[in-house]
Write a protein that binds this ligand. Structure first.
Ligand code: C2O
Ligand code: CU
Length: 464
């Protein structure tokens, strides 16, 4: 397993040229700022990871691991163009790192042990510093023993605001997590055979910002921006906003081409959505946001209660007007690499989750990349899920678009950094890497990742 033959790694680079497809693919160039425009402003934060005890879930004290003594950790807020500087200190009983999920940043700041940095040992400090290239909702979490460290409470949101943010009445940040609790404590066995054989660790309490009893009081007329993150190890949510006027404006940070109804989006571990919600002036009913991933077992996530005097609804065009290419020629591009997702027995946990027949373990930092891509070149990749379980696949440091599911073309009006791949499904994505380096590609069911379902892709500079 460790010494997989190199033939698996063949990569067909997509050729340049002047065909209509190439011009179409070149549309990508307008999708993001080509280079961030640094304002020179540096925003400094101090983050300490440490064990603590907090009133969480139903309000009883729970032993957790936390960033700055809170779960979720602090919401870091900067503006596009500003530089984020985080002085991070590890006060945990084990090594860790911080990964900035979804952020296009220099590879050295990506927080992946042995690939981009050495793990941060207990009592050590590491400084992360970068200027995000995109505005949007991002998050941060450990990339060491993540199935344990994230489950214990280590995660936080990074909001990169637009240079001039749309004038919503209010903004809410909701971190959705689930907890596996037993006798008032976090169930202490991680990576159990059950979790590994199934879709990871699914908890018995679902929380918004750490609490099961979230009620938000709003005034009629208010227009909210709701930033939602799924930080769960394995659980997927399909938030249903009922009769509310709720539109999806951003996915995984970036604005959509145009707003679409929010209902039905599969919010897999790692995914974020930004929702534009207006409370109709004539209504007073309480509204529930309900997870309907399993239609027959809905979960109430939170409640809105409408009260107080009517306020004027801010009138402005939806910010969802991002440049999102259609890439209609992309399905005729060659497949540069097919990632085969599968499972086998054996390995340190008894079950191994594999990509191209190999299980990646933290210590196997010498494993060769699954594919080599060229910076600035469009590439089509395929994921073939040979297993009967689901896999939310996440790629670090770049955004991709869904091209097809099981051969059926898909035109989602947005980019992603994480996509849920269903059992036995075949998914094609297209992307143009913008930053050189060694980037992780893995399942965001943290138990699957821990048991091997991770690999790397190299992005190299084009040969002039
Ligand atoms: Cu959110 Cu490599 O992870
Ligand atoms: Cu998986």
């Amino acid at each position: 397993m460790r010494f997989a033959p190199f033939v698996l790694l063949a990569c067909v680079a997509c050729r340049g040229g002047g065909s209509p497809e190439d011009r179409e693919l070149g549309e990508f160039r307008g999708a993001y700022p080509e280079t961030e425009q640094p304002t020179g402003v540096v925003r400094s934060f101090e983050i300490v990871a440490a064990p603590t005890s907090l009133p969480l879930v139903d309000g009883k004290q729970l032993e957790v691991w936390a960033y700055n003594g809170q779960v979720p950790g602090p919401t870091l807020r900067i503006k596009l163009g500003e530089t984020l500087r985080v002085r991070f200190t590890n006060k945990l009983p084990q090594e860790t790192t911080i990964h900035w999920h979804g952020v296009r940043l220099p590879n050295a700041m990506d927080g992946v042990p042995y690939i981009t940095q050495k793990p941060v040992q207990p009592d050590e400090t590491f400084v992360y510093e970068f200027t995000p290239k995109d505005a949007g909702t991002f998050w941060f979490h450990p990339h060491v023993r993540a199935s344990e460290q994230v489950e214990r409470g280590l995660y936080g949101v990074l909001v990169v605001e637009d240079a001039s943010p749309p004038p919503y009445s209010r903004e809410l940040v909701w971190v959705v997590d689930d907890w596996l609790l037993k006798d008032g404590a976090i169930y202490p066995a991680f990576n159990t055979r059950h979790d590994l054989a199934m879709d990871g660790r699914w908890g018995n309490a679902i929380t918004i910002n750490g609490r099961t009893d979230t009620v938000v009081k709003v005034q009629p007329g208010e227009r909210l921006r709701l930033r939602m993150l799924n930080s769960s190890n394995g659980r997927v949510y399909a938030p249903d906003f009922g009769d509310l006027d709720a539109k999806l404006i951003a996915v995984d940070g970036l604005y959509l081409r145009e707003p679409i109804a929010a209902r039905g989006f599969e919010l897999a571990p790692g995914n974020r959505i930004d929702v534009d919600v207006t409370f109709d002036k004539s209504t007073t009913a309480p509204f529930e946001v309900v997870d309907r991933f399993f239609a027959r077992r809905p979960n109430t996530l939170a409640r809105f209660e409408v009260e107080g005097p009517l306020v004027a609804t801010p009138q402005f065009a939806s910010p969802a007007r991002g440049t999102v290419p259609r890439w209609s020629g992309a399905l005729s591009a060659p497949i540069a690499h097919t990632f085969r997702l599968d499972v086998q027995s054996g390995g340190p946990f008894g079950i191994s989750w594999t990509i191209d027949g190999m299980a990646f373990m933290d210590h196997q930092h010498a494993m060769p990349p699954a594919a080599t891509l060229t910076r600035g070149r469009f590439v089509r990749l395929r994921f073939t899920n040979a297993s009967p379980r689901i896999h939310p696949i996440h790629i670090h440091g770049m955004f991709f678009r869904l091209l097809a599911r099981n051969g059926q073309p898909v035109d989602e009006p947005f980019f992603r950094d994480t996509v849920l791949i269903h059992a036995r499904e075949e998914v094609d994505v297209g992307l143009v890497p913008t930053d050189a380096g060694t980037w992780m590609l893995h399942c965001h069911i943290l138990e699957h990742a821990e048991a091997g379902m991770m690999t790397t892709i190299d992005v190299v500079e084009p040969v002039p």
